[in-house]
Design a protein around this ligand. Structure first.
Ligand SMILES: Cc1cc2nc3c(=O)[nH]c(=O)nc-3n(C[C@H](O)[C@H](O)[C@H](O)COP(=O)(O)OP(=O)(O)OC[C@H]3O[C@@H](n4cnc5c(N)ncnc54)[C@H](O)[C@@H]3O)c2cc1C
Length: 399
């Protein structure tokens, strides 16, 4: 028998050992990691969820505790003070946090799967040595690609970087930037040569407080309200040449490659969110009585819960598969698009069901599911809308 309890596969006179684990079987280390993050979320985040949503703010003290927990530098190697773990661990962390609060989930997600990921792949040795320890210990990161006129068509961005000697001067505005309020380090995409189109796009590492860089309006949002979403303004902002991330004119590659991976994290956020909504629906329906019985005893309710559990499991398989493919260095573009698209649809359906099953209580803020219903919507918008995910899948299918 294999360690997964599966005997060898026998075909004719050949006996093949079955060594592939189920996608959802976790190593002891992964089980421990996920449960410690979930225990933290349940104990330290859950009591704050309502206030954070009302006040549209994640307290700095909670962010410091996320650093202490080790979820803010998951893939950063030990030598740079990180946890030295895998992308899959980041996905487990985002899932576990989002089961309690998807706003905290996305703060951790952007920091790990976009910002740290981009630095690990594209950073110079000097950038890694000086910046990664800060990102593992105290500095929150943000990733600024979108602008008012360029969302899905991200490479139509108009933020301009002109050269001044060997340095650059940025002018322009970024919109919708997650962690804008909390971050001290921003990866900012600007075009150094608009005549070259997307081949002029360059990624810069910019610190909060740099002269000519200000944080603009903070958005007042439908969901994930505690996660800050801000405008960034660059007015003659001088940036030294050693703050270019990757090569000049290769920012489009930095953006494409990090976003391909980042959307697996959004799949994990939506997966955790859906799981959290189902947790609430199961507890509530076992408690709430109508017609003299718990509403969970009605077959009509049971079937709805069963369908939600099945959809969540399917989303989990897609998310874990995409993350494991990425860690294995295998192609994952289509799988990442599918996992984000599907998990965000499941999150919308399951949170909607949870609101229905809470009845009138589902519609008011005293109960947790109306918030999760609002939070779910963003999964179909950021890091590529659902139409853009469909476009990616269709391109692969038809190529
Ligand atoms: C809360 C929040 C947080 C965000 N965080 C960040 C961040 O941290 N960093 C960052 O850079 N950006 C961030 N974004 C921006 C986000 O990625 C964009 O909003 C998203 O890519 C969509 O762009 P858009 O809003 O301009 O919509 P548009 O691109 O204008 O799309 C509008 C509609 O048109 C559809 N559409 C567009 N083009 C096509 C097409 N070719 N075929 C079919 N349909 C199409 C879209 O699917 C969508 O339904 C965030 C946004 C929000 C709301």
């Amino acid at each position: 028998m294999s360690e997964f309890g599966v005997g060898p596969l026998v075909v004719g006179s050949y006996s093949f050992p079955v060594t592939q684990p189920a996608l959802t079987s976790l190593t002891d280390d992964e089980v421990l990691f996920r449960s410690s993050v979930y225990e933290f979320a349940d104990r330290d985040i859950r009591p704050l969820v309502r206030t954070m949503d009302d006040e549209a703010k994640i307290p700095r003290d909670l962010i410091d505790r996320l650093f202490d927990l080790g979820v803010m530098g998951v893939e950063i190697p030990d030598e740079f003070s990180g946890s030295g773990a895998t992308f899959f661990h980041s996905v487990l962390a985002v899932e576990a946090l989002s089961r309690v609060d998807p706003s905290v989930g996305v703060l951790v997600d952007v920091h790990n799967t976009l910002v740290i990921n981009a630095l690990l792949r594209w950073g110079s040795e000097q950038q890694k040595r000086t910046i990664l320890p800060r990102l593992a210990e105290k500095t929150v990161g943000a990733y600024a690609l979108s602008e008012a006129g360029s969302g899905s068509d991200a490479f139509a961005l108009t933020t301009r970087a002109t050269t001044r000697g060997s340095d650059f001067v940025l002018n322009g505005r970024k919109l919708w930037i997650t962690n804008g309020n909390e971050a001290d380090l921003f990866i900012v995409f600007a075009n150094v040569n608009p005549d070259a189109g997307y081949r002029g796009i360059t990624a810069f590492l910019i610190e909060r407080g740099t002269t000519g860089f200000t944080i603009g309006k903070k958005e007042d949002k439908l969901g994930i309200r505690a996660s800050s979403t801000c405008e960034l303004i660059f007015e003659d902002c001088a940036v030294a040449a050693d703050r270019v991330l990757g090569e000049v004119g290769k920012g489009y590659k930095v953006a494409i490659e990090t976003l391909n991976e980042g959307r697996i994290g959004i799949g994990a956020q939506m997966l955790g969110l859906a799981h959290g909504a189902l947790d609430h629906a199961v507890s509530y329906t076992k408690e709430r009585k109508q017609f003299g019985h718990a509403i969970a005893s009605f077959q009509g309710v049971q079937f709805q819960l069963a369908r939600a559990a099945m959809e969540i499991e399917a989303a989990r398989l897609l998310v874990y598969n995409a993350a494991r493919l990425r860690d294995a260095g295998r192609p994952f573009l289509q799988e990442a698009a599918m996992c984000k698209l599907f998990a965000s649809e499941v999150a919308e359906r399951v949170t909607s069901l949870a609101v229905n099953l809470f009845g009138g209580n589902g519609f008011v803020k005293d109960y947790p599911v109306e918030k999760l219903f609002r939070d779910a919507k963003i999964g179909q918008i950021y890091e590529g809308t659902s139409n853009l995910q469909l476009q990616t899948i269709a391109k692969q299918l038809l190529s």
